[in-house]
Design a protein around this ligand. Structure first.
Ligand code: FMN
Length: 322
């Protein structure tokens, strides 16, 4: 195999570590002719929770950023064309390489961070997130063309009530409950979904409610209240596939940056899944942009690694090679 094709296939495999809504991994990669194409895979889309595909495309954006990161660490200058075919909405990106670049220590460290990043749903420690670390996470988001709005203390109640309303609205719908159970219960397809080991064994004490998975998991959590948490809204200019894809790339960069700085990131997507609460988030942003995702940021407990890693599909299930 040619070295570039080999590097592209390896980048697609590394992208498999990316976070995704309910660990659905809604991506499909095609390696051909020294090109890596990214497609959204409808067979793993959440039709009830995410009818427009916002969170599926956002998850694919995170995978795209992981692939770009992996190519840099292999010394390839990655070039990306986003939404390359106007008539083919599922074709999200085309990656090519534009020659060799020096492999930096930072790029190598980033790929290691990809393997250790994970979602930690336990309460964060009481230590508040300091300005320097928050600025680094914000800079990562902005590097990828999105923005981060830190919700001020005086408006947290508004955010909390939007998230609670969204969760109640969703839980009232039988089809929605069935979809959640499919991805988080015993029937989830092998290599996907959220296992009990990553779900708290009792509701966590928090100002803004975390996802209610409909059942208790097996992740031991303390009775601490996450008073040290910072809540922020990831947002941008466009409420369309380009905006969602860039938001996913920004989420990946921000999460890897946070992980390297000892911060935990917990996405809370319920309020962007329900149209009425998406509007409420827009108002919280003073109509400055389109809300993509609520994030809880906090100082991770250095003494505990947290939940074990969630499973992933095999590379040959998501990567097509001629
Ligand atoms: C777009 C998106 C939305 C998510 N929404 C939530 C959420 O509302 N609540 C939650 O606990 N986790 C949420 N997650 C985290 C995923 O469940 C997690 O990434 C997935 O299970 C894989 O696990 P890992 O991040 O530990 O690798 C979200 C992730 C993404 C990318």
């Amino acid at each position: 195999m040619q070295p570039i094709t080999d590097a592209l296939a390896r980048a697609a495999a590394t992208a498999g570590y990316a976070p995704s809504i309910h660990n659905s991994q809604p991506w499909h990669w095609r390696v051909h002719d020294e090109v890596l194409d990214l497609y959204a895979d409808h067979s793993r889309r959440l039709g009830i929770t995410d009818p427009d595909g916002r969170l599926a495309v956002l998850s694919c954006g995170a995978a795209l950023h992981h692939a770009r990161t992996a190519l840099s660490a292999q010394g390839w200058d990655a070039r990306v064309i986003r939404l390359p075919e106007a008539a083919e909405a599922d074709h999200l990106a085309t990656i090519t390489t534009a020659g060799r670049i020096p492999v930096t220590a930072r790029a190598l460290r980033r790929v290691q961070t990809i393997e250790i990043r994970h979602t930690d749903r336990r309460p964060v420690t009481a230590t508040p997130v300091d300005g320097d670390r928050l600025s680094a996470v914000m800079a990562a988001v902005e590097r990828e063309g999105a923005r981060l709005h830190v919700v001020p203390a005086g408006r947290i109640v508004e955010l909390a009530s939007a998230v609670s309303f969204a969760q109640r609205t969703e839980a009232a719908e039988e089809a929605w409950r069935a979809e959640l159970a499919y991805w988080t219960g015993g029937t989830r397809p092998t290599g996907t979904g959220v296992p009990d080991a990553a779900i708290p064994d009792r509701p966590t004490q928090t100002t803004v409610a975390s996802r209610d998975f409909g059942h208790a998991g097996a992740l031991p959590v303390s009775a601490e209240h996450d008073t040290g948490a910072t809540f922020a809204i990831l947002y941008g200019e466009q409420d369309c596939a380009t905006g969602w894809l860039r938001a996913g790339e920004a989420l990946s960069d921000a999460w890897l940056t946070a992980t390297e700085l000892g911060l935990s990131v917990l996405p809370l997507s319920a309020a962007t899944e329900v149209p009425a609460t998406r509007l409420a988030l827009r108002r919280l942003l003073a109509d400055l942009g389109e809300p993509y995702l609520v994030l809880r940021l906090g100082v991770a407990d250095p003494d505990h690694a947290g939940a074990p890693h969630t499973p992933r599909l095999r590379a040959d299930q998501t990567i097509e090679r001629p």
